[in-house]
Design a protein around this ligand. Structure first.
Ligand code: UTP
Length: 296
């Protein structure tokens, strides 16, 4: 079975939940302590053995491109000042994967953003990682993208990540329906249907899509055939229904900590929790939070 070597990271949304900050800065570039959200996502892909990453950007594209490019003035200054640790960390970011940046000219939905990467991805299977979702795995654990890629490679079926959410929260997500089996600790769903943000009572399934996928290249054909929905957006979930009906689609639960960093509360949670693990900050941040909690 073909190896998953490519990934698409959509990062062209308007980020309206984070206005006014996202008027000029793409939300994917907002920092969690000292690392942009996007760097966490790129790192996850690189750990899964992804070699080529297609970044789909809109406004603020240059900030994203520049981040993964050489900054001669900065690197020259760090070299002259003997700040080798910093210099090496910048070089390490550049060497994680080949970054290919393309533009989604209008934010016409996630399906449209993924479809824009078709000429670069070609006929290979590929991963999709939403640029505002952070998944943290221990170093001795497979990343979520790795868990999906390995299942694709062993079954030949497109495989997406799902997490169980309370029934009252299902209206915030794409929800997967199907027959459930187990493989070790993972629940595996043979997907029959995917519903985008179902209204109350529309489904009893609690398997929500948090934004990690591995697709057969056939998905591009289904995206091309997808008509825009109510808000003029081309939904990835519609193309997923089509691939579930043709070649088949699996969904699997995963092991990782997940933060919706495109949401203000999720962003703050990620900042606090990753701050508490940051070597320079953990001690002082912990004592600050303890003192603060006493006052609340
Ligand atoms: P979201 O729905 O979270 O992004 O899409 P958004 O539209 O920017 O969010 P709000 O609701 O306005 O705050 C999930 C991911 O898909 C990308 C986003 O950048 C985000 O990383 N996306 C979404 C695109 O690249 N293009 C789109 O047309 C829509």
């Amino acid at each position: 079975m073909a190896k998953v070597r490519k990934a698409v990271i959509p990062a062209a949304g308007l980020g309206t939940r984070f206005l006014p900050a996202t008027k000029t800065v793409p939300k994917e570039m907002l920092p969690i302590v000292d690392r942009p959200i996007l760097l966490h996502v790129v790192e996850e892909a690189a750990r899964a053995g992804i070699e080529d990453i297609v970044l789909v950007a809109g406004r603020g594209k240059t900030a994203i491109e520049d981040f993964f490019d050489v900054s001669y003035e900065l690197e020259d200054k760090l070299e002259r000042d003997g700040k080798h640790e910093w210099l090496n960390s910048l070089k390490q970011i550049r060497s994680m994967a080949n970054i290919i940046s393309i533009r989604q000219k209008q934010p016409l939905g996630l399906g449209h953003a993924v479809g824009a990467a078709a000429p670069v991805v070609g006929k290979e299977p590929f991963a999709v990682l939403l640029g505002d979702e952070i998944m943290i795995s221990r170093t001795d654990q497979q990343t979520v993208t790795e868990q999906l890629a390995r299942r694709f490679e062993s079954t030949g079926l497109s495989t997406v990540a799902v997490m169980e959410v309370p029934l009252e929260d299902t209206s915030k997500y794409g929800i997967v329906e199907g027959d459930v089996t187990r493989d070790g600790t993972a629940q595996i769903v043979k997907v029959k249907n995917v519903i985008e943000k179902p209204s109350q009572g529309q489904t009893t399934s609690r398997f929500a899509l948090p934004g990690r996928y591995v697709f057969d290249a056939e998905i591009f054909e289904h995206i091309r055939n997808t008509k825009p929905g109510k808000l003029g957006e081309i939904q990835l979930t519609d193309a997923m229904v089509a691939i579930a009906k043709s070649k088949g689609l699996l969904a699997t639960t995963f092991e990782a900590r997940r933060y919706d960093a495109g949401d203000k509360l999720g962003y703050l949670m990620a900042t606090i929790e990753l701050g508490l693990e940051h070597p320079e900050l953990k001690t002082s941040l912990r004592s600050y939070i303890k003192k603060l909690a006493e006052k609340l």
